[in-house]
Design a protein around this ligand. Sequence first.
Ligand code: NIG
Ligand code: FE
Length: 403
Amino acid sequence: MNLLLTNATLVTMETNDTGYQLKANHFINIINGKIAQIGGMASCPLLSSGKQFDCENKLLTPGFIDCHTHLVFAGNRAHEFEQRLTGVPYQEIARQGGGIMTTVNATRKATEAQLLAKALQHLSGLIKDGVTTVEIKSGYGLDLESELKILRVAKQVEQQAKIKVSTTLLAAHAVPPEFKDSPDRYIDYVCNTIIPAAVDAQLVDYVDVFCEGIGFNLQQTERVFRAALSFGLGIKGHTEQLSNSGGSALAARMGASSVDHIEYLDETGVKALAESGTVATLLPGAFYFLRETQLPPVELLRAYKVPMALATDFNPGTSPIASLLMIMNMGCTLFDLTPEEALRGVTCHAAKALGLAQQRGQIKVGFEADLCLWNIEHPAQLAYEIGTGLLAARIINGGLCND
Ligand code: NIG
Ligand code: FE
């Protein structure tokens, strides 16, 4: 299907640009779902087949990419939210068998249809904010059957909603009760059973590990990454969220596409990211919701030119926030990002975090025609306003969506 967009103001977000580089009065010719031609209206081709859409000089950005979510789960953790507000820490709730395990228990019991209905409900919030690509992690199953169930639901999300999905196996999210006394045996099970089965069923793009005191240690993390790499999968990590345990540097050395959270990352860790080209994914939603005070090393990341992505980390325990625009605002207000950095964080840098830098996250000839049209006068408005209905239209795979 072909689509000709006319009279657009382009915010292309090309990786090597600095500044917004607005291009007013432009057209984009989309052929078979890809950007085929971009130029000034003076050289706009005449429509031979397909549709034409007048952008009325509104701003057009790449479709937004939420590169870290736990979208598929059952139940909620409102009760633990109440507990935390009376002073019980997040780690303490986890140690008492709540936290991630609360959601695992509910998710194991749920059917695929129930999980899908809830995931689509939550996804609608992201879609309203211009998300056209979403990463979805497993990690609330922690056994073969339930981890695969979650990944299958993630694939169904892609079929049912107009969205591109990248899937990540996070079986190493917590030690399930069946392996309570032998976490290393659980890691054997993840490496020898769950990863091969997920690969076999073609359900997985990336493998992730929660490397933390309440998660897995460096040695266990390295074993999971090795198993993933042996199957040709990409790797990424939940690292340095609650302490500095060296998970980011390990992940970077092993070629991770991204390390995520990283509030406790130090300069050695930042250098390791710079050397490996690993993206630093910042998750201000979890920082906000857990009322953390340790800020990620944004100045150092800038100094070492590490690309910073921003994501919702949508999940029931630490970030029940299905709004990427809100997260952009938090990136600026809580982490001191500039609005331009926030926009790069959900476009070109988020694409890199998912290994999609050559296809998505920029308006460029040859890229996928996933785009957003906004009711704004300046790109900084995207990170500045909250809840004002800024999205005018989404274009997915070259087709206009009426969400
Ligand atoms: O990204 N840090 C680990 N995992 C999730 C939260 C898991 C939960 O509490 O349910 C996160 O913050
Ligand atoms: Fe997460």
